[in-house]
Design a binder for this molecule. Structure first.
Ligand code: PRP
Ligand code: MN
Ligand code: MG
Length: 178
């Protein structure tokens, strides 16, 4: 059995897209101090590859968040498991995410970070599932729109596995008993 039925975003696709996105970001934030905020754990890969395309003065910080209850992701109610180390007052913040699915995580996070006195808060996401979006969030830098399939790789997991793949692939339903 193959664990994946199809690679939908290749390693080369990701690299080329990050070149484009990072060029836009570098231009938009020229002369400004930029703080990249990654959401653990999915954003680890895109954060690493995006940050290495930034000037060496770029800063990184991390949040770990979780929905309340079990499997109640759709509630949009979020709990902070690990907060930022940085004080955001006066900072230019760019949230870095691997994927926007329903949009509930980012919608909450955007509001939360905006309330901390940042000079600006914007969003960069490598992937978005337009057919799964429940809340529209303003994404300033977007990589790819992808179909509403169960995808893994490049940070995205199934039961914490497959995050380390260098590409994004559709998971074989046999893996999760589908
Ligand atoms: C995934 C993904 C995004 C979020 C998107 O994270 O990495 O952070 O879900 O979903 P949404 O748009 O419906 O809110 P997950 O909660 O699986 O945690 P992980 O990053 O540790 O895998
Ligand atoms: Mn995540
Ligand atoms: Mg996950």
């Amino acid at each position: 059995m193959n664990d994946f039925t199809k690679i939908i975003v290749s390693e080369n696709d990701i690299g080329r897209k990050l070149d484009v996105m990072s060029a836009q970001i570098r231009a938009d934030y020229a002369g400004k101090d930029l703080l990249l905020v990654g959401v653990l754990k999915g954003a680890v890969m895109v954060m690493a590859d995006l940050a290495r395309r930034m000037p060496p003065t770029v800063q990184m910080d991390w949040m770990a968040i979780s929905s309340y209850g079990s499997g109640t992701k759709s509630s949009g109610v979020v709990r902070i498991l690990k907060d930022l180390d940085a004080d955001l007052t006066g900072k230019h913040v760019l949230i870095v995410e691997d994927i926007i699915d329903s949009g509930l995580t980012l919608s909450w996070l955007l509001g939360n970070l905006q309330s901390r006195g940042a000079e600006s808060v914007e969003i960069a996401a490598l992937l978005r599932k337009p057919d799964a979006v429940k809340v529209e969030v303003p994404i300033k830098y977007l990589g790819f729109d992808i179909p509403n399939e169960f995808v893994v790789g490049y940070g995205l997991d199934f039961a914490e596995k497959y995050r380390t793949l260098p590409f994004v692939a559709i998971l074989n339903p046999e893996v999760y008993g589908g």
